[in-house]
Write a protein that binds this ligand. Structure first.
Ligand SMILES: Nc1nc2c(c(=O)[nH]1)N(C=O)[C@@H](CNc1ccc(C(=O)N[C@@H](CCC(=O)O)C(=O)O)cc1)CN2
Ligand SMILES: Nc1ncnc2c1ncn2[C@@H]1O[C@H](COP(=O)(O)OP(=O)(O)OP(=O)(O)O)[C@@H](O)[C@H]1O
Length: 195
């Protein structure tokens, strides 16, 4: 289930919020039904993109159930010289807080079943952005907290790389005033660049 979505006159219109809710349910079902064996192709594409950018502070994320698991890539990137950070989820309405992660950092339980490292706060230059759905113009559908939109607005110079199985592609996504298109989207099939 997706948590109740509260729209406001400043945010998504009721029609956009309702359509996003419908699409979230569809995308969650698609995500659960996918062949997880194909996820390694997403990590390979992410590695290809990120390796030339290192050293850099890179934000990954610990997976929620059914999501693509970035953990193996986090280990590889640390070995390749990246400083990895992972998000702590604050109360709704606030941007994510990124904390340094190394393979030895203890993980803590966070909001909505998320986990975050007990490391110091650090701002990333590159943000790997999980998504439930995407379209070919760089729009992203998430879990409905608005966390990544607020985070990307607060870090406008960061490179934002969405990643998802190719089956999460949608013909088009409704957007509201705060939706921020991604710099790139990576699937197991391709790398889409929007800059
Ligand atoms: N792995 C991961 N971590 C992440 C995100 C994400 O998409 N993936 N986030 C992306 O912003 C933030 C957390 N955002 C979230 C916002 C709302 C809900 C939520 O409403 N969850 C529902 C269940 C949703 C479902 O299963 O359909 C709930 O807990 O009731 C979850 C995460 C930060 N950390
Ligand atoms: N910077 C912002 N300022 C104010 N409201 C915002 C901002 N960013 C997003 N919102 C609002 O937050 C609500 C949730 O946004 P949206 O449905 O796009 O979340 P999402 O991107 O799917 O979630 P998440 O990033 O947590 O996975 C919407 O009403 C949206 O307008």
């Amino acid at each position: 289930m997706v948590a109740p979505h509260i729209s406001s006159p400043q945010g998504d219109s009721p029609a956009v919020a309702a359509r996003k809710k419908e699409l979230r349910q569809h995308c969650m079902a698609t995500l659960k039904a996918r062949d997880e064996a194909l996820d390694s192709g997403i990590l390979t594409h992410l590695h290809t993109m990120l390796y030339p950018q290192l050293p850099a502070v890179v934000a990954g994320v610990w997976p929620l159930p059914h999501e693509v698991n970035l953990c193996p890539l986090c280990h590889i990137l640390v070995d390749a010289g990246a400083t990895m950070v992972l998000p702590e989820t604050p109360p709704r309405g606030q941007p994510l807080i990124f904390r340094r992660w190394t393979p030895d950092t203890p993980m803590m339980q966070g909001r909505f079943g998320t986990e975050f490292p007990a490391g110091p706060v650090l701002q990333p230059a590159i943000i790997l952005v999980p998504l439930l759905g995407f379209d070919r113009t760089g729009n992203r559908l998430g879990y409905g907290g608005g966390y990544y939109d607020r985070t990307l607005a607060a870090l406008p110079d960061a490179l934002s790389i969405g990643y998802a199985p190719s089956c999460q592609e949608l013909d088009s996504l409704p957007t509201g005033p705060y939706d921020r298109p991604l710099s790139c989207i990576v699937t197991e099939k391709e790398i889409l660049r929007f800059d």
